[in-house]
Design a protein around this ligand. Structure first.
Ligand SMILES: [Zn+2]
Ligand SMILES: [Zn+2]
Length: 268
């Protein structure tokens, strides 16, 4: 088999494995939250102000997720080829990094990724990029696990834009990359769950209160502005883009009243 054919087979098998794993995981979370435990979780449901979930939204989300997953497979193929050619080195164990180094790396990658996402996300909310790219993700107002990867191909390119340069510069051990991937997907599904599973006291505890939450991101989808972060509230607080009333909405389990854009993002 020629190397081109081998590469194509590898790409297709990576895509099918990743897509199947993704849809099984999010499908299961969807079924548990929306069907199996729906009555039990009813009090945890985040109120939706806007278009309710229907078949058209689900088809939109599955279709765009399939494209985003294909991009992920191509990206992985590129990384694998660069590794084969010696441009990227991904050690299989922690080596001299040790557990302490690995934990520090995970922390730094997540904070860096959070800032990158914040900046890209704010750019995506400028009129041109919103209309042509980010609108795909904001088609969903009634959030569910399938919303997690429902975005435009160009958005996938932009939000993962940091990955290749970092891998070319730093030989990050595979276990570190694995943990970051699991945390990233868990956070993404949690943010689009449509249910607030964190306890009400969460926003009263130092450190914990600065994390992202399902309510935090649900408000972003309902208002189409503010709360641009991925893992934390830090950059929103720093740059004054947090939606006002978030903590009250989180504590009461409801959505704050609609406000004008200027008033809504001022302070917290
Ligand atoms: Zn979202
Ligand atoms: Zn957005």
């Amino acid at each position: 088999m020629s190397w081109e054919a081998e590469l194509l087979v590898q790409l297709v098998s990576t895509y099918l494995t990743q897509a199947a794993s993704y849809f099984i995981i999010v499908g299961l979370v969807y079924w548990v939250t929306r069907k199996w435990a729906a009555a039990l979780l009813a009090k945890r449901r985040i109120p939706v102000q806007g278009r309710a979930l229907d078949g058209a939204q689900l088809r939109h989300e599955v279709g765009h997720s399939a494209v985003v997953l294909a991009f992920g497979a191509v990206q992985l193929g590129v990384i694998t080829q660069l590794q084969r050619l010696g441009y990227i080195r991904l050690p299989e164990d922690l080596g001299s990094w040790g557990v302490g180094g690995a934990l520090l790396a995970i922390f730094l990658i997540m904070i860096g990724n959070d800032l990158w996402f914040y900046l890209v996300h704010r750019a995506l909310h400028t009129p041109f990029l919103f209309r042509h790219v980010h609108k795909v993700h904001h088609r969903s107002v009634d959030l569910n696990p399938l919303t997690s990867y429902s975005f435009h191909l160009l958005e996938a390119v932009l939000i993962t834009g940091w990955l290749l340069p970092v891998l070319l510069l730093v030989p990050i051990p595979l276990p570190v990359i694995g943990v970051v991937q699991v945390l990233g997907l868990s956070n993404n599904v949690m943010a689009h769950l449509g249910y607030e599973l964190l306890p009400r006291w969460w926003v009263k505890v130092p450190v914990l209160r600065w994390s992202n939450s399902a309510t935090f991101h649900a408000l972003h989808h309902q208002r189409s502005m503010g709360n641009y972060g991925l893992f934390t509230r830090l950059w929103n607080r720093l740059f004054g883009t947090e939606l006002r009333g978030y903590e009250q909405a989180f504590t009461r389990g409801d959505a704050p009243p609609q406000e004008s854009e200027a008033a809504a993002v001022r302070g917290g």
